[in-house]
Design a protein around this ligand. Structure first.
Ligand code: CUA
Length: 340
């Protein structure tokens, strides 16, 4: 995960600014992705808008509190009559000034909205990949239509390249969000939404479903990996080649267990008889960043627990407990771990 630096650059002296900073800092752990640490043009625009609103709010707050302090501190002597015109003050400070500030902010926001719709420059280059993402309860199906590559919960892109993004949902409303790269885009039943994705520096960027979609909404995460063109090409090629053949006797037995159990009716492993389409494609499960779309770390122990009863890890997900005999489970794990 990328380090989050410069999440909040300076502290303003007022109480409200401190309160806002506390709220902002609460979302800025060492590992938490932040819109305020952008790594792509889309998120940078959103981050700049955030800072603009922040500093305008600080300015307004300071002026209002300053005026209040002045009014409290100022004592009028007995019998003194104010020469100020209260009506004129209310008109310019209470109506005109807020109108100008809010209209200005609205104009900037509208401009950003329309700019975010269009990819930078002339849009995705001719050879740039297209990524198709389908939201499921609760995981992400990822396809590269040009090559037929399929994976889940992990999107790789070449760094510095604008990638076309198409999103749709297989069930309910979801929202695709990579805080450091791009704003949210909704996945709406019956339609395909288009956007673009671009990372200006290499790294792994956390993505998250940003629309409440049921019990495991929080465990509907994904990872966007931005890498060099050569690394990306190699990764994509692995997604179209058949999955690696078992290299050991244990892995061989594991494959047999997979093909003969219920696993194969829901999952696909390329190059084997397992061609299910209900759950995620598992052809590269061994190298993925997590199990269950961020529900558990991807290691042998968690994988075994997931196979035996994923309902204890991610209650409500579509995979029922698998009665794999205890003798077979280590082989099955060894095989799945070898799929990279
Ligand atoms: Cu999908 Cu929240």
């Amino acid at each position: 995960m990328p380090r989050v630096v410069g999440c909040v650059r300076s502290a303003a002296g007022t109480g409200a600014a401190v309160a806002i900073l506390v709220v902002a800092l609460a979302g800025c752990g060492a590992d938490s992705p932040s819109t305020l640490d952008p790594a792509g043009a889309g998120a940078r625009r959103v981050g700049n808008l955030w800072w603009l609103l922040f500093w305008i709010s600080v300015g307004v707050f300071v002026v209002v509190l300053g005026g209040l302090g002045w009014a409290v501190a100022r004592r009028r002597r007995a019998g003194e009559v104010s020469r100020a015109n209260p009506t004129r003050f209310v008109v310019w400070a209470g109506a005109l000034l807020p109108f100008l500030v809010l209209t200005g902010v609205y104009a900037v926001g509208l401009n950003d909205l329309s700019a975010l719709r269009n990819a930078p420059g002339d849009g995705p280059a001719a050879g740039a990949p297209t990524v198709e993402v389908t939201g499921h309860k609760w995981w992400w199906e990822v396809r590269y239509p040009a090559t037929g590559a399929v994976t889940a919960n992990e999107i790789h892109i070449p760094v510095g390249t604008t990638v076309r993004l198409r999103v749709r949902t297989a069930d309910v409303l979801h929202s695709f969000w990579v805080p450091q790269l791009m704003p949210k885009i909704d996945l709406i039943a019956g339609r395909t939404n288009e956007s673009w994705l671009r990372a200006d520096r290499p790294g792994a960027y956390h993505g998250q479903c940003a629309e409440y979609c049921g019990l495991q909404h929080a465990h509907m995460a994904f990872m966007v990996v931005a890498q060099t063109q050569a690394q990306f090409d190699a990764w994509l090629a692995r997604l179209t080649d058949p999955a690696p053949a078992p290299a050991t006797a244990a892995q061989q037995r594991g494959l047999r267990v997979f093909e003969q159990s219920a696993c194969a009716s829901c999952h696909t492993i390329r190059g084997t008889s397992a061609r299910g389409t209900v759950g995620p494609d598992l052809s590269t499960i061994g190298s993925r960043w997590s199990i269950g779309a961020g529900a558990a770390p991807n290691d042998a122990g968690h994988l075994g627990g997931w196979i035996a009863n994923s309902q204890t890890v991610k209650p409500g997900n579509a995979m029922p407990p698998q009665p794999v005999p205890a003798n077979d489970l280590p082989d099955l794990i060894a095989y799945l771990r070898s799929l990279r």
